[in-house]
Design a protein around this ligand. Structure first.
Ligand SMILES: [Cu+2]
Ligand SMILES: [Zn+2]
Length: 195
């Protein structure tokens, strides 16, 4: 990507050892068959050596494990499912750029690239436990959506398809990376002035 190249160049020139700060922040909202509802908080995503680190700061969710995926379209609106309008179906299916057609979770190579580890929600309805998606990079996810399902995820298509998470209850469109790269650059320029 051109921008990250520029940023890398700038970092090299200043001789800084600071890591590239390409953090994506996604606002996550409640969703229903009628549309997109209240904000539940944000999820940030950034590259680490081990993979894409996904850090939720959410509240107002039902306690327990929830299916958590990157879906194809950056649209959290309702759409048709089995002949009726359903929450979040405008986001399409699980992000699957290799067209594997398989839901096999975050650790299997041959499956949806968008399959994340389950999102764990505490008794008080908050989710703050980070998950690590070892096969994803921050550059892969802009232009798609983060989706939270009502049920859990067994990382398989059996006994129920797509991990068995069922209805879609919360969603956030993932906006472009360019903005955060620019913010990183501005930050670096600010640092330079202070030096
Ligand atoms: Cu999903
Ligand atoms: Zn999947």
């Amino acid at each position: 990507m051109k921008l990250s190249g520029l940023l890398l160049g700038a970092l090299t020139l200043t001789g800084s050892s600071m890591a590239m700060a390409a953090t994506l922040t996604v606002e996550v909202n409640q969703i229903t068959a009628n549309g997109v509802g209240a904000s539940l908080g944000t999820v940030t995503m950034r590259d680490t050596k081990q993979g894409l680190l996904v850090e939720p700061k959410l509240s107002g969710l039902p306690p327990g494990p929830h299916g958590f995926h990157v879906h194809e379209n950056p649209n959290c609106g309702p759409g048709m499912s089995n002949g009726q309008m359903a929450a979040g179906f405008a986001a399409g299916g699980h992000f699957d750029p290799m067209h594997t057609g398989k839901h096999s979770g975050p650790h299997e190579k041959n499956g949806h690239l968008g399959d994340l580890p389950v999102l764990v929600v505490d008794k008080d309805g908050t989710a703050t436990l980070p998950v690590l998606a070892e096969r994803l990079k921050a550059k892969d996810v802009p232009g798609h959506a983060l989706m939270v399902h009502a049920g859990g995820d067994n990382y398989a298509d059996e006994p129920a398809p797509l991990g068995g998470g069922g209805p879609r209850i919360a969603c956030g469109a993932i906006k472009g990376a360019a903005k955060s790269a620019m913010a990183g650059m501005k930050h670096m320029q600010g640092m330079k002035k202070k030096m």
